[in-house]
Design a protein around this ligand. Structure first.
Ligand SMILES: O=C[C@H](O)COP(=O)(O)O
Length: 254
């Protein structure tokens, strides 16, 4: 019998961006990450790494597992040249996806046209790769700012709007997800996706975000084209649940 938690674990696995973004990451760490990306229960959607590891990950993984890398990360400065440099490095190394940090401090300073221009240049430079815009919801704090950042990301042509870098004190939260999903739905963009990231460690957490995505965007959005989980520590719990054992995660925001 498949339980609700196992069903959530299957969706979370298929939608997982298995992440390693430690400052001290080595080639051996990325080798281990790529090995973990292929499980007896199925493969993750993507690995997410620093640009310098894209070529290694792309050579190691089958084409069905995407290679994502971060740009303008994690501080989200208004530094277009750095972002474009990161994107060029990712594209040249054979990466499939770019996760770029929106200049959230610029937005908090009410300079939204500078943010829009930055995102427009990033979108232009990153095609044809998949683009995820990290709004760093934990720093934007209010629902209004989170909604505004989501609208700017969608208006630029981003494929996904992503909650967090995982480097801020506050990562993904149900409240941020609700505000973002509301804007995605309101945009009418039927291909735009949502990525929950930062502190997502348990299948119970993932199940909550899956339920929110289903409520906002429908069952058709519960696939890697519309939903991702960016997480360094979620796979252990997914594997435990899919092996028929109890959840091993101890924290949950739900
Ligand atoms: O992009 C994904 C995040 O960096 C992962 O955050 P995490 O290490 O809290 O799972």
């Amino acid at each position: 019998m498949t339980t609700d938690l196992q069903s959530a674990a299957r969706t979370a696995l298929a939608c997982l961006d298995l992440t390693s973004l430690n400052d001290a990451d080595t080639a051996a760490d990325i080798e281990a990450l790529c090995r973990r990306a292929q499980t007896p229960h199925g493969n993750v959607a993507a690995v997410c790494v620093w640009p310098r590891f894209v070529a290694q990950a792309r050579e190691t993984l089958p084409a069905s597992i995407k290679v994502a890398a971060v740009a303008n990360f994690p501080d989200g400065a208004l530094d277009l040249q750095r972002a474009l440099g990161d994107i060029a490095e990712i594209a040249l190394a054979g990466g499939d996806e770019v996760d770029v940090v929106l200049p959230y401090r610029t937005l908090l300073a009410d300079q939204s046209s500078d943010v829009a221009e930055f995102l427009s240049e990033v979108r232009f430079a990153s095609r044809p790769l998949t683009l995820k815009v990290i709004i760093e919801a934990g720093e934007l704090v209010t629902t209004d700012r989170i909604a505004q950042a989501t609208r700017l990301a969608l208006a630029s042509g981003a494929d996904f709007v992503k909650t967090s870098t995982g480097k801020s004190r506050v990562g993904a939260t149900p409240a941020a997800a609700a505000a973002m999903l509301k804007e995605i739905k309101a945009s009418g963009l039927s291909a735009a996706g949502f990525k929950a990231s930062g502190g997502v460690r348990s299948v119970a957490d993932a199940a909550g975000y899956i339920a929110q995505t289903r409520a906002a965007l429908g069952d058709a959005a519960l696939n890697p084209q519309r939903l991702r989980f960016g997480a360094s520590g979620l796979l252990t719990d997914i594997e435990s649940v899919l092996a028929g054992a109890d959840s091993v995660a101890t924290n949950s925001t739900y």
